[in-house]
Design a binder for this molecule. Structure first.
Ligand code: ATP
Length: 368
C-alpha cells in the first residue's frame, strides 16, 4: 500500500506533560526512524500512554515538540495528523458489518468506492471472506485484526498501538505479535507500540525505549538492552538479573576488578558502564551454570557459592535458587538439554559464569 508523501522520522523534542504539579512525561527527546517498529516499554504509570496521546493529539503537551519530518504537529487537531491509533478496546461498531467497519475512515472522507481497498485490507490482516459478518461473530483476536485494518486503510504515516493485545489470552497474544510484525514489515509505516510486557516489546520492536517515571532509562535494540543494560532498573525490568553489590577500583588493562562480599571478580572494560566506586556486578540467570564442586568450573570463569533452596522444573529449563553465605538469592536457569546434572534442594553448589557475560552498572552508595 503506497504512501503519497514520505513521512520522515518521528521526533519528540523536550516533550513534557504536567498534570497540576505532577510531571507524567519529563523532557522526553527521542527519534523514531521512519518505517521502524518502536516500542515504549514500562510499568503502569510511567507515562507511556500520555506520550502516545501527545503523538496522537489527544493530549496537549505542556511544552516541547512532536515533529514528523520537519513539521511540528504537536498542536494540530488529532484528525489533521497523519496518525492513527489502535486501542486495547477495539471499539468496533457493533451494528456495522466488518467491511463497513473497515471502510469507516474512507466513508467519513466521502469516498464511495471502497470495496477494493477493504478487500485488500482484509487480506492483509488475513480475514478474507469475513466482510459480511458482525463484530460479535468474531473472536477477540479477529476483532483486533479488524481494528488494525480499520486504522491502516487511512494510510497513516504513523500507527500508534496502545496495549492492543492486552485483552487477548497468552497464546493468541503470541500469535498476534508475530502477525503484527509481519504486517508492519509489509506496510512499511512507522509503528509505535506501548506495552508493559517486556517479552512483547522485545519480540516485535526494532527499537525499545524503557521508560521510568516519565523519562527514558535506555533505548536500543532488544538484544542490546537485554545483554548489556545501562541501569539496574533496566536489568531488572527486562528479564531477571542477579546483581552483586561491589566496589570497583578503576580499570586494570582491559578489565575492571571488582570486590564483592570479600571476593575479587573482574569484568571486561567494554562491559562496564562504570569502572570506579559502588557498582552492581550483573549476570543473567541463563548465563550461570550450576555445579557441585569447584573442580567442575572451567579455567577463567568466576563463581559464587551457596545452597540450593529451590529447583523448579519448567520444561525447557530448571530454575534454581541459590542462597549465598551473605543471604542473597541467586537465580540460575539451567537448560534441560540432558547434558547438565540436576542438583537437589539442600545441596551445596557453585554457580559459575564466563566474565564476558557479566556487566557492571552504577550503584547508589548504600544500595544493596
Ligand atoms: P498504564 O500502563 O497504566 O496505562 P502509563 O505508563 O501509560 O500506565 P500514563 O497513563 O501515561 O501511564 O500515566 C502517567 C501518570 O500520569 C500516571 O501517574 C497517571 O496517574 C497520571 N495521569 C495520566 N493522565 C492524567 C490526567 N488526566 N490527570 C492527572 N493525572 C494523570
Amino acid at each position: 500500500m503506497g504512501r503519497e508523501t514520505p513521512a520522515g522520522d518521528l521526533r519528540l523534542a523536550n516533550l513534557t506533560k504536567r498534570f497540576g504539579i505532577f510531571t507524567a512525561v519529563d523532557d522526553l527527546s527521542l527519534t523514531i526512524p521512519q518505517g521502524s517498529f518502536f516500542a515504549l516499554l514500562g510499568a503502569s504509570g510511567c507515562g507511556k500512554t500520555t506520550t502516545l496521546r501527545m503523538i496522537a493529539g489527544l493530549e496537549e503537551p505542556t511544552s516541547g515538540q512532536v515533529l514528523l519530518g520537519d513539521r511540528d504537529i504537536a498542536r494540530l487537531r488529532p484528525y489533521k495528523r497523519p496518525v492513527n491509533t489502535v486501542f486495547q478496546s477495539y471499539a468496533l461498531f457493533p451494528h456495522l458489518d466488518i467491511a463497513e467497519n473497515v471502510a469507516f475512515g474512507l466513508r467519513r472522507r466521502g469516498i464511495r468506492k471502497v470495496d477494493d481497498q477493504v478487500e485488500r485490507m482484509l487480506a492483509l490482516v488475513q480475514l478474507d471472506g469475513y466482510g459480511r459478518r458482525r463484530p460479535a461473530q468474531l473472536s477477540g483476536g479477529q476483532q483486533q485484526r479488524v481494528a488494525l485494518a480499520r486504522a491502516l486503510i487511512n494510510h497513516p504515516q504513523v500507527l500508534l498501538l496502545d496495549e492492543p493485545l492486552g485483552a487477548l489470552d497468552l497464546k493468541l497474544r503470541r500469535q498476534m505479535q508475530i502477525e503484527l510484525k509481519r504486517i508492519q514489515t509489509e506496510v512499511g509505516i512507522t509503528f509505535v507500540h506501548v506495552t508493559h510486557d517486556q517479552e512483547e516489546a522485545m519480540t516485535m520492536a526494532d527499537t525499545v525505549a524503557v521508560m521510568n517515571a516519565g523519562r527514558i532509562e535506555q533505548l536500543g535494540a532488544p538484544a542490546d538492552l537485554y545483554e548489556y543494560p545501562a541501569t539496574a532498573f533496566v536489568a531488572n525490568f527486562l528479564g531477571q538479573s542477579n546483581l552483586l553489590a561491589g566496589d570497583a577500583a578503576g580499570p586494570t588493562g582491559d578489565d575492571v576488578p571488582v570486590t564483592a562480599h570479600g571476593t575479587r571478580y573482574s569484568v571486561p572494560a567494554d562491559r562496564a558502564r562504570v569502572d570506579r566506586g559502588p557498582v552492581h556486578l550483573g549476570v543473567r540467570p541463563e548465563k550461570l551454570h550450576l555445579v557441585g564442586s569447584a573442580d567442575q568450573i572451567p579455567a577463567g570463569h568466576q563463581h559464587v557459592a551457596g545452597v540450593v533452596t529451590d529447583a523448579s522444573y519448567v520444561g525447557v529449563s530448571t530454575q534454581y535458587l541459590l542462597r549465598t553465605a551473605w543471604g542473597s538469592e541467586v537465580s540460575v536457569f539451567s537448560a534441560n538439554s540432558g547434558a547438565t546434572e540436576r542438583l537437589p534442594v539442600g545441596a551445596e553448589a557453585l554457580a559459575y559464569w564466563d566474565p564476558r557475560h557479566a556487566f557492571l552498572l552504577p550503584r547508589e552508595p548504600g544500595e544493596a
